[in-house]
Design a protein around this ligand. Sequence first.
Ligand code: SF4
Length: 435
Amino acid sequence: MKVYIETYGCQMNEYDSEIIRAILDEADLESTDAPEQADVVLINTCAVREHAALRVVNRIHEIRRLPNGARLRLGVVGCMATGLKKQLGGNRRLPVDFFAGPDSYRRLPGLITTAAAEKKELYAAELSDFETYADIYPLRRGGVNAWIAVMRGCNNFCSFCIVPFARGRERSRSPRSITDEVRRLAADGFCQVTLLGQNVNSYRYEQHDFAALLREVSRIEGIKRVRFTSPHPKDFPLHLVEVMAEEPGICKHIHLPVQAGSDRILKLMRRTYTRSDFLTLVEKIRALIPGIGLTTDIIVGFPGETPGEFDETFSLLQEVEFDAAYIFQYSERPGTLAARKYADDVSGEEKSRRSVLLNALQNGISLKKKRARIGRIERVLVEQAGTRKSRAESQGHTDDNHLVILQEGNFTVGEMVDVRIHDATAHVLKGRPPL
Ligand code: SF4
């Protein structure tokens, strides 16, 4: 049987699809990239934003309309496996054969087999306090970077976020299982690893914290760069920044989601830090690692966010001057504290106005910061031959996570190269070999 997997959402979901592929491979279920040739289709879903549910429902119907659609076994896996049914209401039947939540991937071979015999939907969506898939070596598609989850779940319960409900409580993998996997990745030709967790600062395994783990991973032979995502600003220890400063293999970039610039909104979001705590943290990080790349996430239009409170987010962006900011309009997620307690009372029009304003501000900041690099020599890890625009170009990232389009040279994927930056937009740098 051939299985086609379609993945939505964040890097954790991409990584989970690689785990699923490994589990299915072990059960002699082959992967295909073409849904028309598949006997089984799995849709790995994201529950973080509202429109994702609708997209998945439309996609399920589209897949059922393929020439092979009526006979194939269709499963919804990942974060929406339980929530989707509730969201649709009890009476609406989706043409799905089975659902498997993020802690039930080991049951997929059984579900796929049973789905053929049973005529009713099958569910495996229980959350586990222990599952980390530590013993499974994900079936990756190759390339330069490998994702590796060091922990799963989240205990923070930010009021807007569905993750603790969809992915359960925090649990960390043993450092031994992680370093063994990274050594194997290096032997398989990967030269960069990105450590993943819903909140990596919560990583704990016996005496090991995240800083100790990061240092250990960065010293593994063959691994040129280590990245991680995402930390929570509430518990970012300074000794982690010191480890980042000391270890050349750890990339000098932190994605630090601030979400809002107003103390009242941060409190309603249950972020447990204030604007001033956040600004102090940024100052300390920049003092220890001057020039570090900083990026963030922002939510606009959180329930009750007044124009004045939005202005505080605007001014925070002006003050910090992040290298990039990902701006999202608030959408209510069923079951979260915000959905239960607060009215989603900022209009769609106002949310989009606020997001346009922030994007324009950030684009200006990003462009200014990128243009300041013109003429500089930057070290880039070559990650991909060919770009969307040209097969003659290559692309990669700087240590502090700026995307660079590499032009006018022969670049080998996996190599570190020095290029001179000769052009920049708000989103990319362009470089060529220095003369
Ligand atoms: S830290 Fe907050 S936003 Fe991040 S996954 Fe946990 S609950 Fe969601």
